[in-house]
Design a protein around this ligand. Structure first.
Ligand code: FAD
Ligand code: SF4
Ligand code: SF4
Length: 461
């Protein structure tokens, strides 16, 4: 069989148009294109792609249904393993997961599994294959879910499907966790999340916004009303560099910068209350998805020059490949092997420039990544009137206020058993608050796994 080595082209909006607004970069995928790409799949018997997916979606099966024009079937195959194909098709780091192990990658390009998943997810939303009616729950069995990111949504969805009433408590005024406050609209349109949350509501899940567990309500109170609790509070507290100048005006954590734009609509100030300063030369420090998101937002806010500074090289860049590619298309400059030493200010107390230490790569660390080492006496000054720090996140130091009885590991993340149960019986946890910063699909997988353990426990009781 003669298989096309290169994947089909899935078009994006032109870079010069998309930098002018916050609308989605990728254009909708039509059926003919999806079917053509599905036709490249070899339907491998041992399907190595499946082992690359954290929730082990039956990839060849759903692709075959696309080939056969049975999109509803394709959707239900994916739904067995997770419920957000339109999200994961857009944001999964496929090149490190399912697509990395596709056999076609050995001789050419892998099947575009993510794009096909996006196509199926979007069709399901548009044609309402994802709809469900109100579920009659079992009396006297109720679970509380803390946080409303992907781990919590997956847990709530699995519980309600199995007739357990669920109440979700979210600290912010919007449901969705990083999917709404972190990942920008141009990568993941908010209406998709709203629609999926709408389905959970239809099924009977109740959402309580502005409810900080540990402040407005504590775990012990929840345990007196609910038979089980799931904690999915994420790890959204930003890390800082601890260098001089970090507290200057117009130095932001990426977390604050993105939240102001995504959640508080700062780009539309003064129509909305939250401002964001105008900047001409922006430096983003970091190399992950958060750094790309911050840099691409800065371009859209009108910055003349945006530079991402990363202390390793392009080869070690942790961001999704597609995000890096899109960022370059949008005119963002990349500077590798430099690490900030100091942020200098102008006379008004605003950032003016950053002094960088030049680096080289040394021996690999415990994860196999080569460590950056300073090159003695080699520094560089780069002008910047805004600096955004995107070097990672950690668990919230307020976590113990949820309950002092929760056991944490040395890094401040929740300790759980193999069944995702915490040190408190009937209290489960999953997602970033257990693993540290990870991915959406890993969080979805953990939420579902925890729900299954909760179901087992509640069945016994
Ligand atoms: P979160 O999504 O962090 O949700 C936790 C929720 O809990 C939040 O809404 C928070 O407000 C709430 N909460 C916290 N404390 C309390 C409390 N005490 N009471 C009530 N509620 C509380 N992953 C990918 O796979 N692909 C990507 O492209 C990608 N891009 C990213 C871009 C950015 C900017 C960021 C920050 C992360 C990105 N990630 C990406 C990582 C991914 O989003 C996370 O791994 C995932 O969202 C973790 O899900 P979660 O449910 O554990 O927590
Ligand atoms: Fe690949 Fe993510 Fe879909 Fe799994 S969920 S098949 S990793 S795109
Ligand atoms: Fe299809 Fe690639 Fe998976 Fe084989 S490895 S079944 S070609 S997606």
């Amino acid at each position: 069989m003669n298989i096309q080595k290169k994947r089909n082209h899935f078009p994006d909006r032109k870079a010069e148009d998309r930098v002018k607004d916050f609308q989605e970069v990728g254009l909708p995928i039509d059926f003919e294109l999806a079917q053509k790409e599905a036709g490249r799949c070899l339907q491998c018997k041992h399907a190595p792609c499946i082992t690359g997916c954290p929730v082990e979606i039956k990839i060849p099966e759903f692709i075959l249904e696309i080939k056969n024009a049975q999109i509803k079937e394709a959707y239900h195959i994916i739904r067995k393993d997770h419920f957000l194909p339109s999200v994961c098709g857009r944001v999964c780091p496929q090149e490190k997961q399912c697509e990395r192990l596709c056999v076609l990658a050995k001789t050419g390009e892998p099947v575009a599994i993510g794009k096909l998943e996006k196509f199926v997810g979007d069709e399901a939303i548009q044609k309402q294959y994802n709809q469900s009616s109100k579920i009659k729950t079992i009396p006297g069995k109720k679970a509380a879910v803390i946080g409303s990111g992907p781990a919590s949504l997956a847990c709530a969805g699995e519980l309600i499907k199995n007739k357990i009433a669920v109440d979700v408590f979210e600290a912010l005024h919007k449901i969705g966790g990083v999917l709404v406050y972190g990942i920008p609209e141009f990568r993941l349109p908010k209406k998709l999340i709203e629609k999926e949350i709408g389905v959970l509501k239809q099924m009977g899940v109740q959402f309580f916004e502005d409810s900080v567990v540990g402040r407005t309500i504590v775990l012990e109170e929840l345990l007196s009303e609910y038979q089980a609790v799931f904690i999915g509070v994420g790890a959204g507290t930003p890390l800082f560099l601890n260098i001089p100048g970090e507290k200057l005006n117009s130095v932001f954590s990426a977390n604050e910068f993105l939240t102001r734009i995504n959640l508080m609509n700062a780009y539309a100030f003064p129509e909305y209350d939250t401002p964001i300063p105008n900047a001409s030369d922006v430096i983003v420090i970091g190399g992950g998805n958060t750094a790309m998101d911050a840099a691409r937002n800065a371009v859209r806010l009108g910055a003349k020059k945006v530079t991402v500074a990363y202390r390793r090289t392009e080869n070690e860049l942790p961001a999704r490949k597609e995000e890096y590619h899109h960022a370059k298309e949008e005119g963002i400059s990349f500077r590798f092997l430099i690490s900030p030493l100091e942020i200098k200010s102008d006379e008004s107390g605003k950032a003016q420039s950053v002094v960088f230490q030049k680096m080289e790569l040394g021996a690999p660390d415990e994860k196999g990544r080569r460590s950056p080492i300073p090159i003695q006496d080699e520094t560089e000054l780069i002008q910047a009137d805004m600096v955004i720090i995107a070097i990672g996140t950690q668990s919230n130091p307020l976590l113990p206020t949820i309950s002092p009885k929760l056991k944490l590991n040395s890094k401040g993340y929740l300790m759980v058993s193999e069944n995702l149960e915490t040190s408190i019986p009937n209290v489960f946890a999953g997602g970033d608050i257990v693993t540290g910063a990870a991915t959406v699909i890993q969080a979805l997988g953990a939420g579902k796994k925890a729900a299954r353990q909760i179901l087992k426990k509640l069945e016994k009781e």
